[in-house]
Design a protein around this ligand. Sequence first.
Ligand SMILES: O=C(O)CCC(=O)C(=O)O
Length: 337
Amino acid sequence: MVLADPLQRSHEQFQVRVEDYRSFRRDGFLHIRGLVAPEEVADLAAFTDDMMAGRRSIPGVPAPPASATEAERRRFYERIHMPHRACEIAERFLLHPRIVDVLEALIGPDILALQTMLFFKQPGQAGQGFHQDSYYIPTQPDTLIGAWLAIDAADEDNGCLWMTPGSQHEPIFPDCDGVTQQGDTVLSDIESIKDASHPDEQVNTLARIALAYGNEVKIQAEPGDVIFFGGHIFHRSHQNTAQRSRRAFVSHYCNARSRVPWNHGIPYEGAAANQEHILARGTTHLPYAQPRFGTPCAANAPDLYGERFDDPRAKSMMGDDNGFMVLVPHEDVEHDH
Ligand SMILES: O=C(O)CCC(=O)C(=O)O
């Protein structure tokens, strides 16, 4: 009998430095340059070009009419939600092993992949005002993290991300817009805010709390850079006022041991929707989904991305002598806490 080749990782593993881990905790975000290879990002750019030209489409997402002019096609899409449920390329980037390597070090070891958004952000298209992602995507305990992959170079003119370092320690402010009942409402004196995500600082009252920090930073990025940011940090982006596009692919994840009462507004069975989300790395006692397009990940390739079955010891991410975060078994009882 000829055995199939054992499944192998398709990408060189990315190891997070202890200094990066520290800066993620200190600032609330982490910018990893060149995490995704240029030729892979070019695939994603070509995919969006093809969509705007009407050569490719995502099932369930309307395409520009055949009569649309070039300018109308460019403005047709702004943002597509959850493309990983309808097309292979989005699932591939959601489960990109090097992105998940970083997640494993920051919030792992077990990672559940929840959400994707494809931003077209063509010249003139709007930004998104101050908001906290955990308001929209609740996870319990809250381990939400976003990964923002630059498809185009992003700067102040074409609407890059802006982050407010330190605001990751803020609670999630309930929004009295009535969209959800979410937020940290058990805190006795928490104030409700209004119109989070609205670009106008006078309308969006989260802006007052965010701007009081006085330290907002712009995150200029090159194609292939990924910005990781926690679910509590105040962040925003502005309108694209340049003549260049500012496309980005954004995914959200949580630790796979968190309950996720969220399925992008789609009804689900039971008290949580974990069974609708894909196990990207590690293991979990909670339900999870398989990828729809077969992208390798812990759900379908446990030998590669799941638990090492021959080693049942508990493990934690720790710094090694070379300054990298590595998964270490808890074997030294003398030093256990
Ligand atoms: O890319 C943008 O313009 C905004 C992205 C953002 O704020 C988010 O994904 O939470």
